[in-house]
Design a protein. Structure first.
Lengths: 304, 258
């Protein structure tokens, strides 16, 4: 008889723990379905786009000529040639834009985080950067057209495109750099001051290196973004099927511009060039994103 | 090397807030002075005013004088950067520079001041790490990042970094509060050794620590919330802990308060 009392599975009081209630299971199932549904809705178009671009463009870029030749001298319906002229244009316009934007953006961010504090100038700058972030690329392009071409009397050129891209890139660089500088702990700045290191040297030698991996990641991502911009190249540079190395004069192709151009070409050759340019642009941007990851890993402060 | 500090009628402000009122205190050379007192009484603020680190905070203001061997560090002709080079500081949380190796952390002050001679830097690194009792633990991995060390080792690395620039005075802001008892003991032993060469001021919440390491103790208190902190009394540590002059000090030390 006493075995019954000693049975540890028999409880004298109701159990503290109970199974998950039905209503909670229903709510859990509902939320899970929603999350998965949202995930699928987001992923389907992405995969679809990638599939289309790869399926149509991949055969085109396997040809070695694609990477080495331009379309100079080819008729619209003639197959062959390559996108070298457009790849060159996209890279050089992006590069020039980067060379101008990165120092400006980083210096603005340094001012805002390290010197500006809550001053009026800092507040005004932040406000302007916010506005500039929201400016559509076509507005930036038309602004540059008005100032650079109409008023200053310069011709349409790759450099004009780069200036418009600068307007789009600077706010992105300022924003990312600002965030990265803000997460550098003040203790590091104070540790540096306490060694008798002046403020500017503290910023250059301690703060920037600590934040460098994040800053460069932001720069690479911003570059990848502006290289895909279409409005500035449409407005500010004429298309050229040949290679133009002159940044300041004459028409210069770029990948988005080549795509716009070939879209009006109804032949099979046009179709191939269009999708070839598309996959090339996607590849270049992917490469920049990968590079951003590699740089960020390589430069991040180590603890091991 | 070691110099004396004289604090005269020091008043410290954060914007409109009067943080510390009328502090006058003499800190003799080759001596450890401990600042004790409840949280918010301004002892860290006073410490930070001794190497002009107080004014780094926005709106912070200083009135009064701090004399280093008779020379006012707040005189209008004095460069705060020079003051901080002469009066070093160790912080509450170990803060080695994350992008630098152990060696580069130690010689950061010299390197950034323009010293390039590698042999000289290596000598300073070894001397400072030995001075901070860290050399034997890290001599085989000087090129590893400073962040790879344990908390206690990182704090000794920060002390090595501070003494590498050969300051006259070393300020320590609760240097052991983030450390375990064994690392704390290592730092306390180190403070006793450093006393031979440096003038040391240490803020601590640990009264046993103040009693163990310091020669002179200053007790800070505040009369009420929103009131400025005050220096209640300063005397030989032995006297403060056995027979303090003020009732408030006795209450605080015996744990009846704060």
């Amino acid at each position: 008889m006493s075995t019954n009392l000693a049975d540890p599975t028999r409880l004298a009081t109701p159990p503290t723990f109970q199974a998950v209630s039905l209503s909670r299971r229903i709510r859990n199932g509902f939320a899970t379905t929603l999350v998965w549904g949202a995930f699928l809705i987001a992923i389907i178009p992405l995969v679809w786009v990638l599939y289309t671009v790869v399926q149509r463009g991949f055969p085109v870029i396997l040809d070695g000529d694609w990477w080495q030749k331009s379309l100079s001298g080819l008729l619209a319906r003639q197959q062959g040639g390559g996108a070298y002229h457009a790849i060159y244009g996209t890279l050089v316009q992006g590069l020039v834009c980067g060379i101008i934007s990165v120092p400006i953006g980083i210096m603005i961010a340094i001012y805002l985080v390290e010197y500006g504090g809550r001053s009026k100038l800092a507040k005004a700058t932040t406000f302007m950067v916010d506005i500039l972030t929201g400016v559509p690329s076509i507005v930036a392009a038309l602004f540059v057209y008005t100032v650079w071409i109409t008023y200053a009397g310069m011709g349409r050129s790759a450099f004009a495109v780069s200036i418009a891209l600068v307007l789009l890139m600077v706010p992105v660089v300022v924003r990312t750099t600002e965030e990265m500088l803000k997460i550098v702990p003040d203790e590091l700045r104070e540790a540096s001051y306490a060694l008798g290191i002046p403020k500017w040297k503290t910023i250059v030698k301690i703060v920037i290196p600590t934040a460098l991996s994040g800053i460069l990641t932001g720069v690479m991502l911003a570059l990848a973004r502006v290289m895909g911009e279409t409005a500035p190249v449409l407005v500010l540079a004429a298309y050229a099927p040949f290679i133009n190395y002159n940044l300041f004069d004459g028409p210069m192709a770029s990948l988005p511009l080549m795509m716009v151009n070939e879209r009006n070409n109804p032949t099979q050759a046009g179709f191939e060039r269009l999708w070839g340019a598309a996959i090339t642009l996607v590849l270049i941007i992917t490469l920049f994103n990968l590079l951003a990851t590699v740089i960020s890993r390589a430069l991040a402060p180590k603890t091991k | 090397m070691a110099k004396r500090l004289d604090i005269k009628d020091l008043n410290l402000f954060y914007g409109k807030f009067h943080a510390v009122e009328n502090v006058s205190l003499a800190v003799p050379p080759r001596n450890v002075t401990a600042f004790i007192g409840p949280s918010g009484c301004g002892k860290s603020t006073v410490l930070r005013s001794l190497n002009r680190m107080h004014e780094v905070a926005p709106g912070a203001r200083v009135e009064g004088k701090v004399l280093l061997d008779g020379e006012d560090i707040y005189a209008s002709t004095v460069d705060p950067v020079e003051v901080r080079r002469t009066i070093g500081m160790v912080f509450q949380r170990p803060n080695p520079f994350p992008t630098m190796s152990i060696r580069d952390n130690v010689v950061a002050g010299l390197k950034l001041a323009g010293v390039k001679n590698k042999r000289e830097l290596d000598e300073v690194a070894e001397r400072s790490l030995r001075g901070a009792n860290l050399w034997n633990e890290v001599k085989d991995r000087l090129d590893r990042p400073g962040g790879s060390l344990s908390g206690g080792q990182q704090q000794r690395l920060c002390i090595a970094r501070a003494i590498a620039v050969q300051p006259d005075v070393l300020l320590m802001d609760e240097p052991c509060s983030a450390l375990d008892p064994i690392s704390t003991l290592a730092i306390e032993d180190l403070i006793t050794e450093l006393k031979k060469d440096y003038t040391i001021v240490i803020v601590t919440h640990n009264m046993q620590q103040a009693a163990r390491v310091s020669d002179q103790t200053a007790f800070f208190n505040l009369l009420g919330v929103g009131q400025p902190g005050q220096l209640i009394e300063a005397d030989d540590t032995e006297k403060i802990f056995s027979n303090p002059g003020q009732k408030a000090t006795e209450d605080y030390i015996s744990g009846r308060f704060g």
